[in-house]
Design a protein around this ligand. Sequence first.
Ligand code: UGA
Length: 417
Amino acid sequence: MTAACFADLGHRVVVRDIQPERIRLLQSGEIPFFEPGLGDLISKNKDRLTFTLDVQEAVSGAEVVYVCVDTPPMASGDADLSRVWAVIDALKDATHLAAVVVKSTVPVGTGERVRAALDGAGLSHVGYAANPEFTAEGKAVADFLGPDRVVVGTADAATAALVRELHEGVDGPVEVMDVPSAEMVKLASNALLATKISFINEIATVCEATGADIEEVAKAIGMDHRLGPHFLKAGLGYGGSCFPKDSRALSALASNSGYPFQLLNAVIQVNELQPRRAIQRLKSVLGTFKGSRIALLGLTFKPGTDDMREAPSGIIAARLLAEGAQVRCWDPLARLADVEPWASTTRHSSPMEAVTGADAVIVVTEWPEVKAIDWAAAGSVMRRAVCFDGRNLLDPQELAAAGFTYMGVGRATQTPA
Ligand code: UGA
């Protein structure tokens, strides 16, 4: 994505990946994952884009190297930086480079270690910058080309000017700062967004206990310009490849320096509880899951993506199976590996097929196809008309009128009208 956007800004970009299948697909004009607009951007700029497995081919003619590898969590919660170091090690002879820029999300302090490694390899004349990514899946191209801000962390003015120049044509301000601060902006931004989500999910729980409606509450909270309307949607918790990993990494970073980041730890705990609470609440209506059939509508961590990483659907399916339910699934894009819990579930090609014969339906991802379901028709083919709306996607009154027992997150349970 970074490569396609830089190519669109007029730069020549060589993309190197270690996975042969990915490179083969990209060379044949296909993209190996779902991202709206990316395929078009690649074909529009194909003359400026090259794909290779060979690191030296990528580096030899380059002026700047962007490090965009993933930094997955290790068992300890710390980010695994082995892929970042593998790239840095491959640059030992790249004396011709003007700069190395790290886009990967890394713990604060990583840039200073990379700088020392470059210096140790005789590359002290090569600039270094942190340039963290703030793009969300599903709108990554628009986020890159029209960002709220571009953050550049560097210790030298020449590298700052170079990275600024690379972004010429991008519609957003460029903020230049020192390297550790840029690294922290990334982790803290994601942690604050995660905090908003866990906060609204806890308010939702209190709403359930007190008779308030989270949708009314969140809407009016968001009208305060100091708070803003974004990331106040109560639901089954945040998933994806970023918030869960980055919040744990920031918590580990704080703990490593002797400071327990209590607020962030609570945010993480609330998020982990959220899908389990949903199961408990549904169980209180069904009595038991033993022998029941439950339909999950939507599996990906959010709509508009095929990404299943840290999706709450995984915990929900595993809990249901452990409690003795049969799990039936529908999702338009999810890439499901043939592993548990998915190996023990059945996948259906339409929402209606998935709900047929079910005792309850759980809305896990707010796909438009789920909103468009004819709920009266769905209720008539289900064994019991029970709906747990994990994203507050549906109209409670409409579901009650269609004969459903309806439960949402932070709103009153409706019984059939
Ligand atoms: C997130 C950030 O939004 C990007 O700014 C950031 O660059 C990216 O992580 C990253 O670090 O690379 P992304 O993971 O694609 O992007 O997804 P979001 O749209 O932020 O949603 C994350 C999760 O939060 C989803 O599971 C979503 O359902 C959940 N969410 C979001 C809520 O439960 N409520 C909300 O109000 C908003």
